[in-house]
Ligand binder design. Structure first.
Ligand SMILES: *Cc1c(COP(=O)(O)O)cnc(C)c1O
Length: 336
């Protein structure tokens, strides 16, 4: 193994194996480690025709004490089963999810970056309908895979702010649609607005509620959070927002640090009054957002460089728990 951990980005890398389970006749098999990164799929599989797919994303850390720990994996196990229910797929029992995670991480331990590099192991579970079905109905066979790969430290220096754009011609999720589920179709449908945002020079796109375009929902692949001028943590309550593990953790951490936490509908107009704004998700934890553009409106928030003081404090405390550098009062880390 000859990996330069400092040069890793967030990109696919083939590792030794993935683990693969099959659901048939009402139950999951015992799973097996597979070295080939290919799958022989039926041409009538529902995943291909009707988008019966759900995915997850979590990280595994080689902590300061040398112990290998996953961060809140049971949250991802529950969420993929919630996504499965929304698209009539077989659910993943929590024990199966954790068993698969342990086995695949163990088989790929030499791809787990050392402590101190900032690099981690990204874990990508994937569930899809692999049974043949030509009518629009749920499949009678499902495949569950967990793949792992090393990914680099996102921030090599300090936290770097980005600019966001609201594209009023696009919505991410319908009011009673699938926004709260990590179903593949949501992301395929978001590729075009994301590309347009990138072409206009913005790294993230921010979505408003689809019904009225009055309230903030979330960014394309991360939740929205803000710190108001009184120092409260504010994040949108909406049926269309993906329940982020990172946002849940940051809310709990903020409360633990004595901050007021407000989980409520947030009007677009409130953006200008916030002291700090960020996107949050597993890959990066916190991305400060210092400018939001909508049509001719340009709203500047927070410092030009780096992160505001509150976001920086939350980031430092949260990542210290992940790396085992600080006590874990919440019981978030799971030894593998
Ligand atoms: C995955 C995802 C997030 C972040 O969730 P985490 O569990 O924090 O990684 C936020 N929004 C969307 C739309 C997502 O797909």
């Amino acid at each position: 193994m000859n990996i330069d951990w400092s040069k890793l980005g967030f990109a696919y890398m083939q590792t030794r194996s993935h683990i693969r389970y099959t659901w048939k006749n009402g139950s999951w098999d015992r799973g097996e480690l597979v070295t080939e990164p290919y799958f022989n799929i039926h041409i009538a599989a529902t995943a291909l025709h009707y988008g019966q797919t759900a995915f997850e994303g979590l990280k595994v850390y080689r902590c300061k004490d040398g112990v290998v720990r996953a961060f809140r994996p049971e949250m991802n196990a529950r969420r993929i089963s919630a996504s499965a229910r929304r698209s009539c797929m077989a659910e993943i029992p929590e024990e199966l999810f954790l068993d698969g995670l342990r086995r695949v991480v163990k088989d790929n331990l030499d791809y787990l970056p050392p402590y101190g590099t900032g690099a981690t192991m990204y874990v990508r579970p994937l569930l899809f309908g692999s049974g043949a079905q030509i009518g629009v109905n749920a499949a009678n066979e499902y495949t569950f895979i967990i793949m792992v790969m090393p990914v680099g430290a996102y921030y090599k220096g300090g936290l770097n702010p980005v600019r966001a754009i609201i594209l009023d011609d696009f919505d991410r999720a319908a009011p009673n649609g699938t926004g709260a589920s990590k179903l593949g179709g949501n992301y395929g449908a978001a590729l075009l607005p994301h590309k347009i945002a990138n072409e206009k020079g913005f790294s993230v796109d921010l979505y408003l509620d689809a019904a009225e375009h009055k309230y903030i929902d979330e960014f394309g692949t991360s939740n929205f959070l803000a710190i108001d001028k009184k120092g409260a943590y504010v994040t949108p309550k909406s049926k269309s927002v993906l329940p982020s593990v990172t946002n849940d953790g940051l809310m709990k951490l903020a409360a633990h640090l004595g901050m007021p936490v407000e989980w409520r509908p947030i009007l677009f107009e409130e953006i200008a009054d916030f002291a700090e704004i960020a996107a949050c998700g597993t890959a990066v934890v916190i991305t400060p957002v210092n400018e939001i553009v909508r049509g001719n409106q340009v709203i500047k928030v927070g410092p030009r460089e780096g992160a505001g003081p509150v976001l920086q404090k939350l980031y430092d405390n949260y990542t210290a728990i992940q790396w085992g550098e600080a006590p874990d009062p919440f019981g978030w880390t799971v030894e593998l």
